[in-house]
Design a protein around this ligand. Structure first.
Ligand code: TRP
Length: 447
């Protein structure tokens, strides 16, 4: 398919917005705080930042340049460049479907919290224990969270079938600045709560004494998850970039935005966690029990809670759209399905798996594998195994197989190649793959 026939985003600003829309989501505001809380706070954050800089940035540049060079979906991009490596694309598609399935469940929770902020006065309850109970009560309900997840999938589906440009661009433009301001205000409020300083210390002062290989893997996996890299989503998105969109500039801005949102989320959550006496290692429920505790201390709590969860819903939506789009584009272009049929296939499959993931938090929580329920298993396997593996293979491909002339052209269209390129190339060829391999080996317990 020629580049001209495909949809393109409007221009430089839009490329940043849609890519940031994909990156900024529940990964930053739900997953990041819950993992930081489980893994000792400051040390996790420090390793996370390091991972973003050392592997995240080179990998995002790699994925973008594969997309701008080929103008294809993740599978098509590898197929066009080197057939033997096409399995990386398939792995990405598989991982996208798995992530989207449990992501829809959490996205559904945010939608439920948004509606409940309006219709219930639970959010005004000053007792943190009541928020824990309310959350438990909700996610173990056999049908409510399931319906919310399915509803979220359907809304994603609608936007996807409306077309790339209109749907995605519009959504991203409004949401980001508002979310940013809301997080900033809530972070300041949270830090000023009694006992908030203790939370700040937990989140920002690293204590490396408890760091294990598992902590590092969790931080690295979270870096990929948050930046939407490792499974080809950014290849697909970059394939829609307008000619002349800067790969390096977009990467830098998206990474900066994404990391700032994670930082703000941490600053918002941890002071409140300590202030309300919530356990920082509460896992996936952490944000959902902490946020109401923050809102209950605000005047007009229902109002703020509604607005904030609405923003979260939108942030989640721009991320579900990106995962859905990357699989839909694959089915559409490689299987020659109509866009409608392709989108339905993705929506139905992730819907069914989403139901399973949702029920595994409640009535099916007894079904476990390696001690994980299905939801946790999907979360763990994708972020800690599939994403780092996809990242490793993508680095190896771009470092060793991808035509360097083409790669350079994507990065420096004006041919102004300098020291930066040599650093980047060293990272992609050696440092990133080696550190990922070592990390894997340590986690398997071989060393
Ligand atoms: N980055 C998104 C978030 O932080 C989630 C996401 C969207 C994603 N697309 C992805 C994660 C592709 C991994 C790969 O919420």
């Amino acid at each position: 398919m020629s580049a001209k026939k495909r949809a393109t985003f409007g221009g430089r600003l839009s490329a940043v917005l849609v890519a940031a829309g994909s990156a900024v989501g529940l990964g930053n505001i739900w997953r990041f705080p819950y993992l930081a809380g489980e893994n000792g706070g400051g040390a996790f954050f420090a390793i996370y930042l390091l991972a973003v800089m050392i592997v995240g940035v080179p990998l995002m540049i790699s994925e973008f340049s594969l997309g701008t060079a080929t103008h294809r979906n993740a599978v098509g991009a590898f197929r066009q460049l080197n057939k033997r490596w096409v399995f990386i694309g398939y792995m990405g598609v598989l991982a996208s479907v798995l992530i989207l399935s449990f992501y829809l469940v959490v996205a559904g929770w945010t939608a439920e919290y948004m509606f409940h902020s309006v219709f219930s006065d639970q959010v005004q309850n000053p007792d943190p224990a009541s928020h824990v109970a309310a959350f438990e009560n909700f996610i173990t309900n056999p049908w409510k969270p399931v319906l919310y997840a399915l509803g979220f999938g359907l809304v994603t589906h609608l936007i996807i079938t409306m077309g790339v440009q209109k749907g995605i661009e519009r959504a991203s433009k409004v949401m980001m600045p508002m979310l940013f301001v809301a997080l900033l205000v809530l972070a300041i409020h949270s830090i000023l709560m009694p006992g908030g300083m203790e939370g700040l210390k937990f989140f920002l002062a690293p204590d490396f004494s408890k760091v294990t290989a598992k902590t590092i893997l969790a931080a690295v996996g979270q870096a990929f998850f948050s930046l939407s890299i490792g499974l080809g989503t950014m290849i697909t998105y970059a394939s829609y970039f307008k000619q002349g969109t800067s790969v390096r500039g977009t990467t830098l801005q998206v990474t900066l935005l994404d990391t700032t949102v994670a930082l703000l989320a941490g600053l918002m959550i941890f002071p409140a966690v300590f202030s309300a006496g919530i356990e920082p290692d509460s896992g996936p429920s952490l944000v959902f029990i902490t946020l109401p505790s923050i809102f209950s201390t605000l005047p007009m709590s229902a109002f703020w809670s509604t607005i904030f969860f609405l923003l979260l819903v939108l942030a989640a939506l721009t991320s579900t759209i990106s995962m859905h789009e990357s699989v839909t584009a694959y089915l559409e272009e490689e299987w020659k399905l109509s866009r409608r049929a392709a989108a339905w296939a993705v929506t139905l499959f992730t819907g069914v798996l989403g139901i399973v993931a949702s029920l595994s938090m409640g009535i099916w929580s007894g079904y476990t594998l390696f001690g994980f329920n299905i939801f946790d298993l999907l979360d763990y396997v994708t972020a800690n195994i599939l994403l780092p593996l996809g990242a490793l293979l993508t680095c190896l491909f771009v470092g060793w197989k991808f035509d360097q002339k083409v790669f350079r052209q994507q990065l420096y269209p004006d041919c102004n190649v300098g020291k930066e390129y040599r650093v980047l190339r060293f990272l992609i060829r050696y440092l990133c793959p080696l550190s990922l391999i070592i990390l894997f080996i340590y986690n398997l317990g071989w060393a």
